[in-house]
Structures are given as C-alpha cells and as structure tokens.
Design a protein around this ligand. Structure first.
Ligand code: BGC
Length: 246
C-alpha cells in the first residue's frame, strides 16, 4: 500500500509517498522550508503544495512537533502558539480534500524505527529519542506505541532537558561534540533511571552524525544505538500511522 507521509519540522516540511510494506519511499521526497511564523494556515498551505506535487489522492499521514490527541494539537513548544487546541486533522483535511491522520513527530519516528529501523525485532521497552530543534520521545512496548510521551521536557538541574541537550542547544551555545555529548549522557542516564528500557535509539537530524558523539556515551545495562532511517523516519512513520499497517 502507498501512503503519503509528511513530516513537519522546525526548519523544513518534507513529504514522499511510502510503500508501507517495505518502508521505502516510492518517489523522491520533496522538502519545503517551514513558514516563519509557523502559523497553521501557512503550514497547511505547504502540506497542500506537497499533496499537489505528488498529485496525491490517497491517505495522508502528517507529523506535528507537539502533543496530538485525536487530531487536536495540544502543545506547541517550538512552533506558533496558535496550534494549541487546534483541530489540525480538520485543517489539513480541508486544505487537501483528503483523509489525514496527524500524530506527534517523535512518535512517527518511533513507529518507523520499531518497524523498519534500529528497533526492528526488539521486544520489551524501546525508547526512541529525537534530537533536533527540541527533544522528542517515543515509547514502544513490544513494538506497540504508547503515544505522546514528552520526555524532552523533563527537568534536569533546574533546566528543561531540551533547552540543554537538543541539537539546537548544541548549535546555539556553540558546544563541542564532546561537551554536548556530556549533556546527552546526563539526559540518557535520567531516562534510563526512569524507564529501564531494553534499548535506546538516538534519532533526529543529529543521528546522521552519530559517530561524532555516540563514542562519548556509555550507559551500563542499556544499549544506545543510532537511528537507521535518519531523516526519513518521520515521513515513513506518518505513512504507517495513516493506515499502512497490514
Ligand atoms: C515537543 C515534542 C516534540 C519534540 C520534537 C518538543 O518540544 O514538545 O512534542 O516531539 O519537541 O519535535
């Protein structure tokens, strides 16, 4: 089955049709910069452009970088506050004339990694963490998603974790990889203490550069591995969520 997956990120909105039986993109993905400000109507306009580009007529999955409950976006830590309490599913459906499923961006990456990536075949509790503009989290128990965890916002030493350890924080504070890895290490230790996962998958934009920081990370008892699907996890997970499961 082919489903159009669209991943709304802090800097870019990316989409491609996905073969949900293999997890492969069936056409080259299209990336359009995220409108600034990232107001709902402007973002919906980009979603429509992506649908038009692929002349898409089938189901569509869209990720959102905040809590999403039954199509309603409930938080907006790194996007325009007008999203809070909005019926995003309706907004996108009206903009495209198609049936749309909306889910959290890290949850999408999590289901994609669990099905086709670094968590494939792993039983028990798998935590997928995405390091980008913020820190996103996905919790999967035996491959089943427990949605809308928000572990990027746990407090460490009086600071929100994503303000210290996101990839954005690394760039904004001009941290060396080693120094930033120290912050990630502290964060992962806290996640391990809270959840005792069988596996932690490190994803998000920074997973492309895993060799620069993962060598500094050491978590006794819990393997920490880089995501495999990299930039495409959100697109693939969005497509899976929109009806691709056999
Ligand atoms: C949001 C999460 C999101 C993460 C990554 C956080 O600030 O609260 O919902 O998954 O950023 O985009």
């Amino acid at each position: 089955m082919n489903v159009l997956g669209i991943d709304i990120g802090g800097s870019g909105i990316k989409g491609a049709p996905v073969d949900t039986t293999t997890g492969a993109l069936s056409q080259e993905r299209l990336r359009i910069p995220t409108p600034d400000p990232s107001e709902p109507e402007a973002v919906a306009g980009v979603v429509r452009r992506i649908v038009d580009h692929f002349a898409w007529k089938g189901p569509v999955g869209v990720t959102f970088p905040g809590v999403v409950v039954e199509g309603i976006t409930r938080t907006a830590a790194n996007v325009d506050r007008a999203w809070i309490g909005l019926d995003a599913r309706k907004l996108f459906a009206d903009a495209t004339g198609l049936e749309v499923t909306v889910l959290n961006d890290a949850d999408a990456a999590g289901i994609a990694e669990a099905r086709f990536g670094a968590g494939r075949g792993r039983g028990g509790l798998v935590v997928v963490l995405t390091f980008g503009t913020g820190i996103g989290s996905a919790l999967l128990m035996d491959g089943v998603l427990i949605p809308n965890t928000e572990f990027g916002h746990i407090e460490i030493d009086g600071h929100e974790a994503e303000h210290r350890a996101s990839d954005h924080a690394r760039e904004a504070h001009d941290l060396s990889w080693e120094k930033w890895a120290g912050r990630v290490q502290e964060y992962l230790e806290r996640i391990q203490a809270l959840l005792s996962p069988a596996l932690i998958v490190v994803g998000g934009g920074v997973s492309k550069k895993a060799e620069k920081f993962l060598p500094y990370i050491e978590l006794a008892g819990t393997p920490v591995v880089p995501a495999i699907l990299l930039n495409e996890a959100g697109i693939i997970g969005a497509a899976l969520a929109a009806g691709g499961r056999p």
